[in-house]
Design a protein. Structure first.
Length: 108
C-alpha cells in the first residue's frame, strides 16, 4: 500500500453488475510494521468484519490486538473496543474468526 512499511490496509468489495466494487474507503492501520489486516474474517451477511493485528504494540512488542467493524449507512464503524494481547509476544490477533451472524469473535 501507499501508507508506509507494513502499515496494512483492509478493503472489502461487493460483486455487483458483473464487477467488484469497493465498499467505501479501505481501513488502514495506525502503526508501521503492525501488519494491520494480517488476519480477517467476514460475517455471513458481509456486514461485520474482524481484523487481527498480531504485531501491534499496545501492551509491548508484538502483543497484538483485534478489532471489529459493522457496515451500516454506507460506512465501516468500529464495534466495541480493541481486544488487546496481554503481554509482549502474545501475537494476539494472529488469527480471527467471526460466527456466521457476526455476534461471536474468536481470537488466536
Amino acid at each position: 500500500n501507499d501508507f508506509g512499511s507494513d502499515l496494512g490496509e483492509v478493503r472489502v468489495f461487493d460483486f455487483s453488475g458483473g464487477d467488484w466494487i469497493q465498499m467505501r474507503e479501505g481501513l488502514v492501520g495506525s502503526e508501521k510494521q503492525e501488519s494491520f489486516g494480517w488476519a480477517i474474517s467476514l460475517s455471513g451477511d458481509g456486514t461485520t468484519l474482524a481484523i487481527g493485528n498480531s504485531r501491534g504494540k499496545t501492551n509491548g512488542e508484538d502483543s497484538g490486538y483485534s478489532l471489529a467493524y459493522h457496515y451500516t449507512c454506507g460506512a465501516w464503524t468500529q464495534a466495541g473496543k480493541d481486544i488487546i494481547g496481554a503481554t509482549s509476544h502474545d501475537w494476539s490477533g494472529f488469527s480471527v474468526s467471526l460466527s456466521y451472524n457476526g455476534e461471536r469473535l474468536a481470537v488466536g
